[in-house]
Design a protein around this ligand. Structure first.
Ligand code: WQD
Length: 346
């Protein structure tokens, strides 16, 4: 149990941010959420309050604007640690508009670190991605695997952000940072009250599956069935968002309590198990009893064939492991899909 230290959660109305805000509040942290709703909805804030039964402070801030970041920290200099989710995250959009991604994702990180150092705030948890590994030579992939050239500006921002953190920690050893390399986060809170809410046509697999099952999309396209995998479709490590959120609490605990071993550390957040696209469809149908129309389509440009995490280091060092199954993740995604469609019709 933590004391009531105050954690700034940027992007706290977003998918992973909202689940993490719930876990922080339930652990006893006091929470400050900063978000500009560029890819999230204001009603999520009240849902975080109703799930946790706790209140928190909210600030509407565009973190890509330096003066807004400064004003945020001037108003809240008593923050003990920061979990920085706010970022643009659509791979395709980043190819079309790279400068938006470099400004939003790199600019905001630089401004945040400058303000944190100025205010003497020294604990920083960063949302990174397994995309930094590209297609690894060895599976499961561990934290020592080489970083490969990014496939997209989005992926490049994650790599550059990790370098910015490493350089800044070297120059300012009072700063401590942890990068969490997410595999594929899916699912929703058990309550069904918060979850992933993509705008427009979903780019990611599981929201496309749930939207197809509910009738919003005609059919799922399975991108490629001729990969060198057992059923020919791509393999990923799908992790329940609540397990992922809990890892953020553990990471921020580690920093604010001074239990980190190095100034800059990075961890894989995955389950250690791979699942193929066709297995996702099959498991979804089994656990929900819903039918998902699908057809096989050509491979999607930029997709790697297969990746899953070696979780040993995160399990040992953080004392954290996933507790929820793929079936639980998919049935929670379905519960959320039904809940949110009702909400949006209001
Ligand atoms: C998973 C699998 C697709 C949609 C990306 C980013 C990563 C992270 C998550 C940020 C792949 C297949 C998908 C569909 C399909 N980014 N698929 N039909 O590509 O592993 O990771 O999103 O937030 O950094 O790279 O995730 O969910 O898009 O795809 O067959 O309609 O599902 O080809 O094999 P991905 P995804």
């Amino acid at each position: 149990m933590s004391d009531s230290k105050k954690i700034l959660v940027t992007g706290g109305a977003g998918y992973i941010g909202s689940h993490t805000a719930v876990e922080l509040l339930e652990t006893g942290y006091s929470v400050l959420v900063a978000d500009n709703f560029s890819n999230s909805e204001p009603f999520i804030l009240d849902r975080i309050r109703s799930i946790s039964g706790k209140d928190f402070v909210f600030e509407q801030v565009d973190l890509s604007k330096q003066e807004e970041v400064k004003a945020l920290f001037d108003k809240h200099p008593d923050v003990d640690g920061v979990i920085h989710f706010a970022a643009s995250k659509a791979v395709g959009e980043s190819v079309e508009n790279p400068l938006l991604y470099y400004r939003n994702n790199l600019g905001s990180l630089v401004y945040m670190l400058e303000s944190m150092l100025e205010k003497g705030i020294h604990s920083f948890v960063f949302s990174s991605s397994c995309t930094v590994y590209g297609q690894p030579d060895k599976l499961p992939v561990d934290e020592q695997a080489p970083i490969q050239k990014a496939e997209s500006p989005y992926g490049n921002t994650k790599q550059i952000c990790e370098e910015i953190l490493s350089d800044t920690v070297n120059a300012s050893p009072e700063l401590k940072a942890i990068a969490l390399r997410y595999f594929n986060p899916i699912g929703a809170h058990d309550s069904g009250l918060i979850g992933e809410l993509p705008r427009g046509i979903p780019a990611n697999l599981v929201p496309f599956v749930t939207q197809t099952a509910i009738g919003l999309r005609e059919e799922l396209k399975v991108f490629g069935d001729d990969y060198n995998t057992p059923d020919g479709s791509c393999i990923r490590d799908y992790i329940h968002v609540v397990d992922l959120a809990k890892a953020h609490v553990v990471a921020v605990d580690r920093l604010v309590n001074g239990n980190n071993k190095k100034g800059f550390e990075w961890f894989n957040l995955g389950t250690g198990n791979g699942a193929s696209v066709l297995e996702i469809v099959k498991t979804f149908q089994e656990v929900t009893g819903e039918k998902v129309n699908y057809s096989v389509a050509p491979r999607r440009a930029g997709d790697i064939e297969q990746i899953w995490a070696d979780t040993q280091f995160a399990n040992d060092e953080l004392g954290w492991k996933t507790e929820r199954s793929l079936g639980e993740a998919l049935s929670s995604a379905w519960k959320w899909e039904q809940n949110v469609r009702t909400e949006l019709k209001k």
